[in-house]
Design a protein around this ligand. Structure first.
Ligand code: PBG
Length: 334
């Protein structure tokens, strides 16, 4: 035993403050509350339908009427914002992602209805073409199947303008094209949308944890291969800092690290390096793993979820996008 250790013990007993609930609370370094949560919502065309997503028990694709009910629940629980992810009908998908920027499309229609009924509930929508392309990639492809950067940016700009026109609070580029944040910021400003924010998926990894999401938005079966030519290699962290630096420089208001729990080191490093709000996304695969183990009674769902969400806060997340947002909000209130 070292002499330092002998010198500190027993006068220093870290367990002393852990003994009582009051002192545990007083020394708590990080907190999790409902306002830190963002609820992602899958939407689809039609009426009065909730379609279960087999790989995400408890999560559904909602038609507008049900989406409004989910929004109402979110608002009443005190959740800060929701995000929308559309499952687009196969006949509306195309090589040029035309449907991504139609003012009367599914997403703009839902945005308008949500903003009318719940003006104070934050509304954030993805900018990426994967729900709209016949091949499930986030951008336009050339004859070799390579996702083209600058050509894609032109469509992303149109998509962002369509979302802004519909009244979205923030657009959220999740496509990982180079230069898209700058292009979108410039276009928004030129069209007078100076208050429309940008939450950039800055460090988005080519992750196997997105599997259930791709099933939810009907892009899984279409997608051949992977997204490694635009999403980041899970081996890298310096590259994440370069991505974040560029997005901030190009005008991102908030940045994101995604997925969540396997990338806490990236989140912590981004937070320590830049003075911007950093968000994290507890993605579909993370939800499915916790849910599956919970359904087997192998883990205590509530404790595992709240512990995971708190871990994001400890690592530096300002807010967390989570499919557990509604349940967690209710647990936090109880
Ligand atoms: C689309 C997009 C994806 C997710 C959010 N936006 C999937 C992907 O990039 O393939 C994943 C979210 C999740 O897994 O919960 N660009």
């Amino acid at each position: 035993m070292s002499t330092t250790f002998m010198g500190q013990f027993p006068s220093t007993r870290l367990r002393r403050l852990r003994k009582a609930p009051f002192s545990r609370k007083l020394m708590q370094e990080h907190t999790l509350s409902v306002e830190h949560l963002i609820y992602p919502l899958f939407i689809q065309a039609g009426h009065n339908t909730q379609t279960p997503i087999p790989s995400m028990p408890g999560i559904f694709r909602h038609t507008l009427d049900f989406a409004l009910k989910e929004a109402e629940k979110s608002y009443e629980l005190g959740i800060s914002a929701i995000m929308l992810f559309p499952a687009i009908a196969p006949e509306k998908k195309s090589l040029d992602a035309f449907e991504a920027y139609q003012d009367e499309g599914l997403v703009p229609t839902v945005i308008k209805a949500l903003k009318q009924q719940f003006p104070d509930l934050g509304l954030i929508v993805d900018v990426a073409l994967d729900p709209y392309t016949t091949h499930g990639h986030d951008g336009l492809i050339d004859e070799h199947g390579y996702v083209m950067n600058d050509e894609t940016n032109e469509i992303l700009v149109k998509q962002a303008l369509t979302l802004a026109k519909a009244g979205v609070d923030m657009v959220s580029p999740s496509d990982m094209m180079d230069g898209r944040v700058g292009a979108i910021r410039q276009a928004l400003d030129q069209h007078g949308f100076i208050h429309t924010g940008i939450l950039a998926y800055s460090a988005k990894y080519a992750s196997a944890y997105y599997g259930p999401f791709r099933e939810a938005v009907n892009s899984k079966a279409l997608l051949k291969g992977d997204k490694k030519t635009y999403q980041m290699d899970p081996a890298n962290i310096e590259e994440a800092l370069r991505e974040v630096a560029l997005d901030i420089q190009e005008g991102a208001d908030m940045v994101m690290v995604k997925p969540g729990l396997p990338y806490l080191d990236v989140l912590a490093k981004v937070k320590a390096t830049f003075s911007v709000p950093v968000l994290t996304y507890q993605v579909s695969g993370e939800y499915s793993m916790i849910k599956a183990a919970s359904l087997q009674n192998w883990i205590d769902e509530r404790s595992v979820v709240l512990e995971s969400l708190l871990a994001f806060r400890r690592a530096g997340a300002s807010a967390i996008i989570s499919y557990y947002a509604l349940e967690a909000a209710a647990w936090l209130k109880a």
